[in-house]
Design a binder for this molecule. Structure first.
Ligand code: GRF
Length: 204
């Protein structure tokens, strides 16, 4: 399946997906990386793999969210994209885009959803004193950090943790579960049935 990855920043999850897709048996081909941020660090990592990149700067659309999304949508269609993976993509998507890509749009979130939606997940996990934290890959719905869960990976929270050390532990899990989730979706094994994904998975 021809897959696009959408990024806004460093792109380490994108890197994990690109690495996994180098395997010829992997069911997704990373055909395009789009950033909404010109000069995003992640873009530099893509060139060496010969993957096409595009920048669609949301600021050029001056608050017109749907205009931005229409440009994004057109870029995906121009490249015959079939699946979209958000990887540190820091824009909320409207129902226009989410519905257009329903069942073909996935995201990774650095928490065990439905806990800790939104930003600063590691800080909040420490404040709440949870003993397990982790990451979730899910199909995207119109609500932020919501939608049928494909895979979750858990890590312990240690007494000595800071947001940085906990975040680094979670990031390791992200890099392990995102390629597995994309594999499940691209091969058609993970599908939404009755609002849930029946053949997803868990780590740990
Ligand atoms: C990751 O923690 C991801 O879960 C979150 O943003 C971060 C992006 O990191 N949505 P990277 O750009 O993939 O390195």
């Amino acid at each position: 399946k021809k897959t696009a990855i959408l990024i806004s920043g460093r792109g380490s999850n994108m890197g994990a997906l690109i690495s996994a897709a180098l395997n010829k048996d992997y069911p997704a081909e990373i055909a395009l990386v789009v950033s909404n941020v010109p000069g995003a660090k992640g873009l530099e990592r893509v060139a060496e793999f010969g993957i096409k990149t595009a920048v669609i700067d949301h600021k050029a659309f001056a608050g017109d969210r749907e205009g931005f999304e229409k440009a994004l949508h057109a870029e995906l269609l121009d490249n015959n994209i079939e699946l979209v993976a958000l990887a540190g993509f820091m824009r909320l998507l409207t129902p226009f885009f989410v519905n257009a890509w329903s069942g073909r749009l996935i995201n990774i979130h650095p928490a065990l959803l439905p806990a800790f939606k939104g930003l600063a997940t590691h800080e909040r996990a420490l404040e709440e004193g949870v003993k397990l934290h982790g990451a979730t890959v899910h199909f995207v719905s119109a609500e932020m950090d919501d939608g049928p869960i494909i895979i979750q990976g858990a890590v312990p929270v240690l007494d000595t943790d800071t947001a940085e050390t906990l975040g680094a532990r979670v990031l390791g899990v992200e890099h392990a579960i995102y390629p597995k989730a994309l594999e499940l979706v691209a091969s058609g094994k993970a599908k939404i049935t009755g609002g849930r994904v029946k053949s997803g998975g868990s780590e740990n």
